[in-house]
Design a protein around this ligand. Structure first.
Ligand code: CU
Length: 462
């Protein structure tokens, strides 16, 4: 009987959780666009989602992340009524050409709108960023009017590359400040109260190129946190943005449906955990499509020091990520994210950041560099030209420490959401480039320079 109970429990859990998990992963699938056949079928057989008997009235269901039916056909010149219900677990709306339509609907909420008349095809979509690209689109066709006459604008827009462009020769403005890679020791005490603000912030990602990044505390990466094994972290996350956001600390062991839940604009949650394991851990927003939120900058690192971590002269942290540029000043492109088509790869959120602002150290200093690969989808092979790592720590374990074998490591290899550190010295004064040794990415902005000693730096290293 015990076994049977367990199986039933598991089945129930699967039934409840599967839709939620699909939502969590929705960013990596082609999206939930309901096809024509499904829409028509729903219209004939289903009074919840589809066409009801009365002419000009349509029942439309919004879900995570779909609109059902995905298309309707209206009479020419007809004003139609849409009864829209949000059956999803996060907020959605449905607006004609993204402008007029329903209010933002909470889960379970519904609204009725009148739109039209139409003389040609039109599109409605959910205006929560990323949801349209994930498939939350309602296509409106007009009887007797060809669907493919260009009024639509949809297919045309997809074919145009209006993404912001990187100029590899450009240099930052005089008032530009690099992300400070220097790492401070963990703060004293064993309890750390942290407040973070989730939101959207237009940031420069390369000289003269800005994107609307989705951020923790308005920066990419988010704040670098540091603690010791056994410390208690209490985060208050406030959503100051215009869409739902959430937090997922990889350094924590907590229930996904509680601490990691999405909060709406204006809401707060408290996320408390004990740092039970050491390492450098990613944190990120997990709100659907998580790919879009991470790919658009909502990540950071928390370092939990291994016990007895030796003192060094200098410590730095680099968070590697890829960006998928949208139009200037707008969010990153979810379709590119789904296709692994990144435009730039960066350390600490800025194209070639530390070639523009080399990191000053001294020869013979012992240096520790922590590296996190935040992805969302690309690996890192962290290498420094001109030195060898005598210590390498990756994903909670030492891979290499100095001993009589004189072992040396040349690259710290990381997959997305993995991290570690390396230790080394520079034996001569001079310049030491660092990069991901996946060279195509080094050429896309994942490069920087250590300047050891008082040497002249003329810039660029070309
Ligand atoms: Cu988010």
């Amino acid at each position: 009987m015990q076994a049977r109970t367990t199986i039933i429990g598991g089945t129930i859990a699967a039934v409840i959780l599967l839709p939620l998990l699909l939502l969590f992963a929705a960013g990596v699938t082609a999206g939930g666009r309901t096809d024509t056949a499904d829409g028509k079928l729903a219209g004939r057989t289903d009074n919840v989602a589809g066409v009801v008997a009365e002419p000009g009235i349509f029942n439309i269901e919004l879900g995570d992340l779909f609109v059902k039916p995905g298309n309707i056909e209206v009479e020419p010149g007809q004003v139609v009524k849409l009864n829209v219900v949000n059956n999803g677990s996060v907020r959605h709306d449905l607006k004609l050409e993204g402008e007029t339509g329903t209010d933002m609907l909470d889960p379970g909420e519904s609204g009725t709108i009148e739109i039209g008349p139409f003389d040609g095809p039109a599109l409605m979509w959910c205006t929560i960023p990323g949801h349209k690209q994930a498939g939350m689109v309602l296509e409106i066709a007009v009887k007797g009017v060809a669907a493919d006459n260009g009024h639509n604008g949809h297919a045309a827009a997809e074919g145009v590359d209006n993404a912001a462009k990187i100029d590899p020769q450009a240099t930052p403005a005089a008032d530009w400040k690099p992300f400070d890679a220097a790492l401070k020791p963990a703060p004293g005490g064993t309890e750390h109260k942290i407040t973070m603000s989730a939101g959207e912030t237009v940031l420069e990602v390369a000289p003269g190129v800005t994107q609307e990044m989705w951020t923790f505390n308005g920066q990419v990466p988010g704040p670098i946190l540091r603690a010791r094994v056994g410390d208690i972290i209490t985060l208050t996350l406030r959503n100051d943005g215009k869409m739902g956001h959430s937090m997922d600390f990889h350094a924590s062991k907590v229930a996904w449906n509680d601490e990691m839940r999405t909060i709406n604009p204006g809401e707060e949650l408290v996320y408390q955990f004990e740092a039970k394991h050491s390492g450098i851990f990613m944190y990120h927003c997990g709100t659907a499509p998580a790919l879009h939120h991470i790919g658009n900058g909502m990540f950071g690192a928390i370092i939990v020091d291994p016990p007895n971590l030796p003192a060094v002269d200098k410590e730095f942290v680099f968070v590697q990520s890829e960006f998928y540029l949208g139009p200037e000043g707008e969010p990153g492109d979810l379709t590119k994210m789904q296709n692994d088509a990144w435009d730039i790869v960066v350390f600490n959120g800025y194209h070639n950041q530390y070639t523009h602002a080399p990191i000053r150290v001294e020869a013979h200093e012992r240096i520790r560099v922590w590296v996190l690969d935040a992805g969302p989808s690309e690996n890192s092979s962290f290498h420094i030209v001109g030195t060898i790592f005598d210590t390498m720590y990756k994903e909670g374990a030492y891979w290499l420490q100095p001993d009589e074998t004189h072992g040396g490591a040349q690259a710290l290899d990381l997959q997305p959401a993995q991290g570690g550190f390396v230790e080394f010295t520079f034996d001569e004064e001079g310049l030491y480039p660092f990069l991901t040794h996946k060279f195509s990415n080094a050429g896309k902005g994942a490069m920087g320079i250590f300047q050891a000693g008082d040497v002249e730096f003329t810039g660029g290293g070309h």
